[in-house]
Design a protein around this ligand. Structure first.
Ligand SMILES: O=C[C@H](O)COP(=O)(O)O
Length: 335
């Protein structure tokens, strides 16, 4: 790909005119982009871990807990990404998305059901009229090892089949070898394909696979790179490697979206994914969002949990709060 390709897509980044010129130049060449990303302040890893741990110890009142549980449910991308997925499994996950707690119709629905591209038509049909979105991983998820044209075809097929949101993986090999412009151009190209096929409606989440990026500095660089290329959301992980979302790597990303909005006026969402299974963990993340970003990000439009098992625990805790006792796992459907 050429620098011209990057220039072609850079204007798609919807920054306010007052802020755009300041950052437009940083994607003009490989060298300019490297200079910019390596000029970002380094992350103090010890301080970061301490901050994330301290935020994780905050307790919240029972009334706030009920609110937090419903908010967390509404922020879930209810996910199944297994090689063994069947249409039947996807349909039953969608039924759960439509009506998470059959014993209590006041339980909110998750934001989206997230599936592989070939399962999008099944999910689209099963969720019709429910308000629950269809999200799909694409770009040769989870490794991202395919030629760009194959990745773009994957994206176009998922959007054409009815995906409201695309979760793409970055090329970690290119990123780790310093070929930042290649990563930028791929994200911009995916964004353009999403926009073209969906008429601008499909939102793009960009997955870094933090567990493979080795340092918090790299997570910060990947965050800025993806936001410059037009990501609507930045997402920690695929859920397929040893280290997935952690409070610390998510905090780096929360700080990045805060700083990006300060610099450009443009707001980007955050999605921790992989390994988040308990209400306690979800509440920790919500406290972190509240303390770092405030109310502006406390909605499913701007914050998501990518999770396969979290919904069940939230539903059990929700039942406990309303009835005073645990119903036990038999009262929530097993995925
Ligand atoms: O994006 C979501 C992840 O793939 C789900 O990971 P999990 O099964 O650890 O919740």
């Amino acid at each position: 790909m050429t620098v011209g390709y990057a220039r072609r897509y850079a204007p798609l980044v919807t920054m306010p005119p007052s802020a755009a010129p300041a950052l437009a130049d940083v994607t003009a060449s490989d060298a300019a982009l490297r200079r910019f990303l390596h000029g970002l302040p380094g992350v103090d890893a010890v301080g970061l871990d301490a901050r994330a741990a301290a935020l994780g110890t905050r307790s919240i009142k029972t009334t706030a807990k009920a609110y937090a549980i419903d908010l967390a449910i509404s922020m879930i991308d209810l996910t199944t990404l297994e090689g063994a997925d069947t249409a039947g499994k996807v349909r039953s996950l969608c039924a759960k998305g439509r009506n998470p707690d059959p014993s209590d119709r006041t339980a909110p629905s998750p934001a989206a059901v997230c599936v592989y591209p070939d399962m999008v038509p099944v999910a689209r049909e099963a969720l019709a009229g429910s308000g629950v979105l269809v999200a799909s991983v694409a770009t040769a998820f989870p490794a991202g090892r395919a030629p760009l044209e194959v990745k773009l075809a994957d994206v176009r097929a998922a959007v054409a089949a009815g995906a409201d949101e695309i979760d793409m993986v970055i090329d970690r090999g290119a990123f780790l070898s310093g070929r930042y412009l290649k990563v930028f151009e791929e994200i911009a190209a995916v964004r353009e394909n999403c926009a073209r096929v969906s008429g601008g409606a499909a939102r793009l989440k960009v997955i870094f696979e933090n567990g493979e990026l080795a340092t918090y500095d790299n997570v910060r660089r990947a965050s800025w790179l993806a936001m410059l290329a037009g990501a609507d959301f930045i997402k920690t992980s695929t859920g397929k490697v040893a280290v997935n979302a952690t409070p610390s790597n998510t905090l780096v990303m929360l700080e990045a979206v805060r700083d990006f909005r300060d610099a450009t006026g443009h707001q980007v969402g955050v999605k921790p994914a992989g390994g988040i299974r308990t209400t306690k963990d979800a509440v920790k993340y919500l406290v972190m969002v509240n303390e770092t970003l405030g109310d502006d990000w406390l909605s499913p439009h701007w914050f998501r949990f990518g999770a396969s098992g979290l919904l069940n625990d939230l539903l059990m805790q929700r039942q406990k709060l309303s009835s005073g006792r645990y119903s036990g796992p038999d009262y929530v459907t097993v995925d």
